[in-house]
Design a protein around this ligand. Structure first.
Ligand code: FE
Length: 192
């Protein structure tokens, strides 16, 4: 299965979750390039100054009553041969709606494990902007017993993308406007 088919399947699953049969089908989610055998791993990026170890295990970061535009990120963790990485660790952290990180507690921080099919889902908010950077999420991804990939994810169409020296178009999520916020997809390719 290639990455395109992988994510398309995930989008169908997501669209079918919690939506009444009287609703129109969700718009197709933009897809990342197809994953071929020998695909390059997702490029690493700087951790930045705001990582806090030992985040709580959760895939919903909205539980702290954070305000902002809801963001749902679904995707998968794949090997360089496009095989799903069952149980991959994903540790997300991000700024709040005002561009502030919580460096004392764990607001908008959480780790989770991908399912047996390599899929994951994160419920959060769209991160705010802060000086010097375009809009981004931080994440560490690790296959069981594999090396840690530290990287960042970006939003298409952000005016500051091209002024941000760290930004990479290889790390753009597919983003569409959903009913309650933004729906995003991304497939990580990691060393195992
Ligand atoms: Fe940051």
């Amino acid at each position: 299965m290639d990455r395109r088919a992988f994510l398309a399947g995930g989008a169908v699953l997501l669209a079918g979750c919690g939506m009444g049969s009287d609703r129109a089908p969700a718009a197709p989610v933009p897809l990342t390039p197809a994953c071929d055998d020998g695909d390059d791993p997702t490029p690493p990026q700087t951790e930045g100054p705001f990582y806090t170890p030992s985040s709580p295990q959760r895939n919903n970061l909205l539980s702290d009553g954070v305000a902002g535009t809801p963001l749902t990120l679904v995707g998968a963790v794949l090997t360089t041969a496009c095989e799903p990485v069952a149980g991959a660790l994903l540790d997300f952290w991000q700024a709040d709606d005002s561009g502030e990180y919580d460096n004392e507690g764990y607001r908008l921080r959480g780790h989770q494990f991908a399912g047996g099919d390599g899929r994951f889902r994160l419920d959060t908010i769209v991160p705010g902007l802060y000086p010097g950077r375009t809009r981004h999420l931080h994440v560490k991804v690790q296959a069981p017993n594999g090396p840690v990939l530290t990287t960042q994810l970006y939003f298409p169409g952000e005016p500051a993308n091209d002024q941000d020296g760290i930004y990479s178009p290889e790390l753009l999520m597919g983003v569409t406007q959903g009913e309650r916020g933004q729906d995003a997809t991304f497939a990580f390719v990691v060393e195992t």
